[in-house]
Write a protein that binds this ligand. Structure first.
Ligand code: FAD
Length: 379
């Protein structure tokens, strides 16, 4: 497996790392405490070219690849997992299906402003009664002449209320099951498209999740993504790529917490020596490092598989499951190494631990990843 990346791609990953250090690190604690999403951060990332990493220049992107995207998401999430998520949802969950299934007109009209960072993207699949069971949704799209009329609601929508462009999934014919869902590109400001409650969360405080409400929303038929009835397939394929992104986010969270734990263990003195000198601590650090490197291999492997085109569902499921479990274990151990101080908000490791938890849940829970992996083994 070759993880070599081109020099120009290294530059974009370095840009993400520098942005995280200079722009995100100084305010990450305050934004987490105040639970605010700072849209200006995403706008600045767009100006730097970070919001269209894997897409071609003809579509407003920088023409790098999915490995560089994963590495950039890792770098951002090392410092700020909330911005890591907002960035990942924009680039993978909203832009990717338009890049993969959009017509040339749709790419020019929607992918270009997304990839250039002029507009922010979102992905609306989950509903109150349709989480893992995504086909159980009640949002409908009824065709009337040259447009569709959407009714229903979506929950947990990352970037909701901010995103100018949302890929929304709705039933066009419930009787057809997985062939009865379709995907639509819906613009902010379309009459009848409004926002409901914002979620109050355990972690990733500095990004937003809102309810989306559709009341007789008229969407031009030209905004149908792919063919009518292809929505479920588009959603599942999009989530495969999203899982590489969540794996990268989880890897970054683990690395961020680990770096703090190493530094603290060298500084904190008990019994007259730094706690890093106790084997109980140094071996814990050794295990954390080994887990991070295993997760890194799997996340990069899945990103390379994504570059290569073929099917990467299995690689993505393994990467997401392992990296998110590693993030949870490593951040919990980081809190342990900080002792009582790790449990306080004075130090950042408790934030990493809160942020790690969600990586085991969204874009397919880890039980869903077990289903994908066992399904592939037992096929
Ligand atoms: C912070 C955050 C951001 C999110 N962002 C988005 C977004 O941008 N767009 C979007 O569409 N969604 C988003 N989601 C939704 C997220 O993807 C769902 O929460 C997730 O898919 C799980 O769905 P659920 O919460 O309804 O859980 P449920 O599906 O109700 O699952 C509950 C439990 O049951 C288990 N379970 C369910 N079915 C099975 C089964 N068949 N076999 C075994 N176990 C099963 C699950 O693993 C889980 O442990 C977000 C959620 C959060 C919290």
């Amino acid at each position: 497996m070759d993880f070599a990346i081109r020099d120009m791609d290294k530059d974009i990953v370095k840009l993400a790392a520098d942005f995280a250090a200079k722009r995100l690190a100084p305010t990450v604690h305050e934004r987490d405490e105040k639970e605010v999403f700072d849209r200006a951060i995403l706008d600045e990332m767009g100006e730097l070219g970070l919001l269209g990493i894997p897409y071609g220049e003809e579509y407003g992107g920088v023409g790098a690849d999915f490995l560089s995207l994963a590495m950039a998401c890792e770098e951002i999430s090392k410092t700020d997992a909330s911005i890591g998520l907002s960035f990942e949802v924009h680039t993978n969950l909203c832009s990717w299906p338009i890049w993969k299934y959009g017509t040339e007109e749709q790419k020019q009209q929607y992918l270009k402003p997304l990839a250039s960072g002029e507009k922010l993207g979102a992905f609306g699949l989950t509903e109150p009664n349709a989480g893992t069971d995504a086909l159980n949704g009640s949002t409908t799209a009824v065709k009337q002449g040259d447009h569709y009329v959407l009714n229903g609601s979506k929950v947990f929508n990352t970037n909701g209320g901010e995103a100018e462009i949302t890929v929304v999934f709705a039933a066009t014919d419930k009787s057809k099951g997985s062939k009865g869902m379709s995907a639509f590109i819906v613009e902010k400001g379309t009459p009848g498209f409004t926002y409901g409650k914002s979620e109050i969360k355990m972690g990733i405080h500095a990004c937003v999740q809102k309810e989306l409400v559709f009341q007789d929303v008229v969407v031009p038929a030209a905004n149908l993504l792919g063919k009518e009835g292809e929505g479920f397939k588009i959603a599942m394929q999009t989530l495969d790529g999203g899982r590489v992104g969540v794996g990268a986010q989880a890897l970054g969270i683990a690395e961020g917490a680990f770096a703090h734990a190493v530094k603290y263990s060298k500084e904190r003195v008990q019994f007259g020596k730094p706690i890093a000198k106790f084997q109980a601590i140094s071996f814990m650090l050794a295990d954390m490092k080994a887990k991070i490197e295993s997760a890194r291999y799997l996340v990069y492997k899945a990103a390379v598989a994504m570059n290569e085109g073929g099917s990467y569902s299995l690689d993505a499921a393994i990467a997401k499951k392992v990296a998110s479990d590693v993030a949870m274990q490593v951040t919990t151990d980081a809190v342990q190494i900080f002792g009582g101080y790790g449990f306080t908000r004075e130090y950042p490791v408790e934030r990493y631990m809160r942020d790690a938890k969600i990586t085991q849940i969204y874009e397919g829970t880890n039980q869903v990843q077990q289903m994908v992996i066992s399904g592939a083994i037992l096929r």
